[in-house]
Design a protein. Structure first.
Ligand code: ZN
Ligand code: ZN
Length: 348
């Protein structure tokens, strides 16, 4: 039943093409999804700009929502129906490696080795007009949630994972360094965990948005010495938890200094380039600082993010910068790499 589909692909440096492909047949337990919204994440932007090398053409798109267009054999008709509106989890995990077996699917050894189906392109593959997925990767969304919002389930899930690693408690002080989309997600989530939220961000518009989304205090680290400022707000102790959502390596030692005794520091963002930076082992020892990182959501985090959006607990609308039609994918990619832009979405 091969169906002709269109895919948005990176075909060269800063060049997007729309290619015609044919889907393979549905396997047992799979459904065909008509994609309605796909967001352009940092990964897609880095491939577009040649910072992440992939064999070209390749198709990005791992932040996706759409509706069920066809049910494969063996799909439970009591649970799933044509027309169901869904957020789609496109992150791959093998299910067989040590990390998958021990419930840490986000650290799967084969996470970046998703098998490529016959006729399709390498890459997460959500930037197509139709995609094939297993029902375990579908999360229903109600009419009250737009496809654009639902496409942002994955970035929210990333931050759910990060916030859980901080083990936040009521009344604690949390510092979030950076007010980009991921920093703003951290703000909303930390507030809902009952914390006092301080945001360090140089851009005035982002500080304003952070306050609108619930941050208690925002400051410009170029105007206030960040460590002194955070200590001044915490009786000289430092915060219980510090999240670095920037990809500036020199911020890491600063984050450790901002944490009080027994505090945690979570390195959320990836580093490109990854410049080694000196930290004080004595500080970790003497203050019992927990220093850790957070990478990708696991399947449970995706489920939680879907509920937070569906129940209206977290509103993703302020984080959507602009939407472009499928045919204007080149323009969408160009818009997505303008510094300071939140999520750009391709609609279909
Ligand atoms: Zn993403
Ligand atoms: Zn695995």
């Amino acid at each position: 039943m091969a169906l002709k589909i269109k895919t948005i692909a990176v075909t060269g440096l800063k060049t997007i093409g729309i290619l015609d492909l044919e889907t393979p047949d549905l396997r047992r337990g799979e459904v065909l999804i008509k994609v309605h919204a796909a967001a352009l994440c940092t990964l897609e932007q880095r491939i577009f700009q040649g910072e992440v090398k992939m064999p070209l053409p390749c198709t990005g798109g791992h932040e996706v929502s759409g509706e069920i267009a066809l049910l494969g054999e063996g799909v439970n008709p009591k649970k799933w129906a044509i027309g169901n509106r869904v957020a789609v989890r496109l992150l791959y995990n093998c299910g067989e490696c040590y990390y998958c077996r021990t419930g840490r699917t986000n650290m799967c050894e084969r996470a970046l080795k998703k098998p490529v189906r016959e006729g399709l392109l390498i890459g997460p593959g959500g930037l197509c007009d139709y995609i094939i997925v297993e029902t375990k990767d579908l999360f229903l969304i109600p009419e009250s949630v737009s496809y654009e919002e639902a496409a942002l389930t994955e970035p929210l899930a990333c931050c759910v994972h990060s916030i859980n690693r901080g083990n936040l408690q009521f009344g604690e002080t949390v510092v979030i360094i950076g007010g980009g989309i991921m920093g703003q997600n951290h703000v909303m989530l930390a507030k809902r965990k009952g914390c006092r939220v301080i945001v360090s961000e140089v851009d005035a518009n982002r500080r304003k948005l952070a306050r609108q989304l619930g941050a208690d205090i925002t400051f410009n680290p170029l105007e206030h010495e960040p460590v002194e400022y955070v200590r001044s707000l915490t009786d000289g102790r430092g915060a219980e938890c510090v999240f670095n959502t920037t990809s500036i390596p020199s911020v890491v030692p600063q984050a450790i200094e901002m944490a009080g005794k027994g505090g945690s520091v979570i390195q959320y963002s990836s580093m490109h380039p990854d410049v080694p930076t000196p930290i004080s082992p004595q500080k970790l020892h003497g203050n019992e600082i927990i220093l850790t990182g957070s990478i990708s959501p696991n399947a449970e985090d995706f489920f939680v993010a879907n509920r937070l959006i569906n129940y209206g607990i977290i509103d993703m609308k302020p984080l959507i910068a602009k939407a472009f039609p499928f045919e204007e994918a080149q323009k969408a990619f160009e818009a997505s790499i303008v510094p300071g832009t939140f999520r750009v979405i391709i609609k279909n």
